[in-house]
Design a protein around this ligand. Structure first.
Ligand code: C2E
Ligand code: MG
Ligand code: MG
Ligand code: MG
Length: 290
């Protein structure tokens, strides 16, 4: 804080800003023990096919049940974990838990051959630090082998910004995973400096349109330019053999609009908020029984 002129006096720091700093520091130092003590947990948010309304899988979203502060969202602690490197073991833990959950869903709903419906798939977010970590491919292979889950049940989400200017070194692990059959999704697409020409260079098979596009469908009538942009992105994606998932669908009107525009899959509060895994059981079951 600014020192007042001519004296040894200091303004009192804004107590709220102070609390934020302490919390930030406190949270950062508490992260490793939190992982050991099992304070993290995962919520799952269904991915719904826009054509038939069926649940196809879920995205895993990590939370921290902090003993003093209650449940903290990933925006509060993922950046801290990235900063300290804890994101690597934390991300590995999330991946393993999520793949185990996918295994449990598959046991319950069948694995596609002989099973009831389509097998449920699992989407897991990857931070840029995990991408550059040399163990990524091997860790993923080991987790899939340990759990007996097929690679094509897994989709790893990487943000567009993490791949901006990505060189071959950075893309190599993603290519290896894609060759094994793991899907790679480009998350939050449209928020960064979307380079459409760059898309064909990336080993991605899913485009996740950012929530901001969905929000622009909220207005009625929607801005015709916004509609054209989404329509253009969807048709380009399809021509490159990418499927399109839309984030942040909050109303039935948005879902209808996005379906008309050709989007394949949707995710959002209109269908379900992120929740415990049983939540998805109920949805998929309701879906299967009509
Ligand atoms: P994301 O991957 O883009 O995840 C979607 C976010 O949108 C989630 O926020 C989800 O709860 C929220 N959301 C879903 N539907 C709606 C809706 O209809 N309306 C609105 N307003 N929001 C909706 P969340 O759970 O707070 O996660 C925030 C971000 O944290 C994620 O964005 C992802 O980038 C990151 N994250 C979450 N889990 C992990 C993880 O295990 N590892 C890494 N590296 N990052 C993670
Ligand atoms: Mg995501
Ligand atoms: Mg996203
Ligand atoms: Mg997003």
């Amino acid at each position: 804080r600014a020192k007042s002129a001519g004296g040894n006096r200091y303004e009192l720091a804004d107590p709220e800003a102070d609390a934020r700093v302490i919390t930030r520091h406190g949270l950062t130092t508490a992260l490793p023990a939190a992982l050991e003590r099992g304070e993290f947990f995962i919520e799952y948010q269904p991915l719904v096919h826009l054509g038939d309304g069926g649940v196809r899988g879920a995205e895993a979203l990590v939370r921290w049940l902090h003993p003093q502060h209650g449940v903290l969202g990933p925006d509060r602690f993922i950046p801290l974990a990235e900063h300290t490197g804890l994101i690597v073991p934390l991300g590995r833990w999330v991946l393993e838990q999520s793949v185990r959950q996918a295994r449990a869903w598959r046991e319950r709903y069948g694995d596609g051959d002989g099973g009831a419906a389509d097998p449920l798939r699992i989407n897991v977010n990857l931070s840029p630090c995990q991408l550059t970590h040399p163990g990524l491919v091997q860790d993923t292979v080991e987790i899939l082998e340990r759990t007996g889950v097929a690679p094509d049940a897994l989709c790893l989400e990487v943000t567009e910004s993490a791949l901006i200017g990505a060189d071959d070194g950075l893309l190599k692990p993603l290519r290896q995973l894609a060759e094994m059959g793991v899907d790679i999704a480009l998350d939050d697409f449209g928020t960064g400096y979307s380079n459409l020409a760059n898309l064909r260079r990336l080993p991605v098979s899913v485009l996740k349109l950012d929530r901001s596009f969905t929000q622009s469908m909220q207005r009625f009538p929607a801005d015709p330019v916004d509609l054209k942009i989404v329509e253009g992105i969807v048709s380009l994606a399809h021509s490159l053999d990418l499927s399109v998932t839309v984030e942040g669908v909050e109303t039935g009107a948005q879902a209808d609009q996005l379906r008309v525009l050709g989007c394949d899959t949707a995710q959002g509060w209109y269908y379900a908020r992120p929740g415990p895994p049983e939540h998805l059981h109920d949805l998929a079951l309701a879906d299967a029984t009509g």
